[in-house]
Design a protein around this ligand. Sequence first.
Ligand code: TYD
Ligand code: MG
Length: 416
Amino acid sequence: MSAGPKGKSLGGRRGAHLALTDLVTEEVPPPRTLSGIGELDRVLGGGLVPASAVLVGGDPGIGKSTLLLQAAAQFARAGLKTFYVSGEEASAQVRMRAQRLGLAKAPVKLATATALRDILTTLEAERPDLVIIDSIQTMWSDIVEAAPGSVSQVRAAAHELTSFAKRTGTSVILVGHVTKDGQIAGPRVVEHMVDCVLYFEGERGHQFRILRSVKNRFGPADEIGVFEMTGGGLAEVANPSALFLSGRGTPAPGSVVFSGIEGTRPLLVELQALVAPTPHAQPRRAVVGWDGARLAMILAVLEARCGIPFAGLDVYLNVAGGLKISEPAADLAVAAALLSAREDTALPANTVVFGEISLSGALRPVGQTENRLKEAQKLGFTAAITPSGGKTGGDSGLKLTRMGDLTAFVGDIFGA
Ligand code: TYD
Ligand code: MG
């Protein structure tokens, strides 16, 4: 007999089970609600999915509360019964913000609370379509003894709220503060509990903010939305490429425009490099907005395959505007910026660059060539340097210079 100690049953209930085929009903995509904030809707994967749990993380002060109050107002206007629960600010403060944003009359219900039990009791009674919890670090569950903001509290609160979402069909958006040093229990512990993880990023001193999906069960990840922080809240940036290229005059040495893809959208960004003799025994390699290891690789390839040494030289690489790029397609643009800085020679004007570099020094074609070229053409560029072997991008109208390897590129562009 397979029973527990002393022949007693284990006390568990037998779980129901289904055959996989039982689950195949007709494939209806879940009805989504659009906020009308296009940059947000796209990052969500095409609007808000009912019963979904979304985490919006970001540094304190980046604009999460602002964004979500604006989103709450828009979703409420779109017909969703919306609750905004603030555990950080008094209702007067939230009202003041709403006024400043011109949203004082939006049909959003506002609550200031931190006791999870009270919040869930209210939500059970009200059954809203959307709840925004600002922030998950302030929530406090009485079934856990730890202090608010600790990992176990954050995990417990997120678990209860996401279960509520699944059980009732309410969509839940959780705000989570991220701290660089990880002192406070970051939203990382929450990431695997939710359907969608968005990070709100931006550089201090810059006006614009980027909302990036790093996980999305209902749409593509790596999608970005671009906003600008104004006196009246966050405004959508309709043409982000123009933003990241702003201030471009005559081409300067070390500056190269990369035609990238962020999520489903092309985006032109300026890469800037500075190469200078080092006063130190160990030259500096500093990079902002790109992968440091990838920079080291490109420096190594330039040295080993093209015979261009960077020993004794400090190298700085910066993605203008504070954007973070992760595409290998930026390799060639990075190499171009490094060479241009090192040779103190500007690239031809109105030229975009993209392509992946392999360790052999060969240039590899990258995806979405057509979109990259089309975006460049739209923004007034007239030429592109790309790997050969890829698509030609139809009739983008750009003058294409297509190269098979890095040595050819160095010879052709810099006459080295
Ligand atoms: P906030 O949304 O409170 O950030 P978070 O919730 O991520 O901590 O935004 C804080 C900053 O945004 C604050 O420095 C003031 C600025 N801000 C504006 O510039 N314009 C506005 O309309 C609002 C509401 C805030
Ligand atoms: Mg806030």
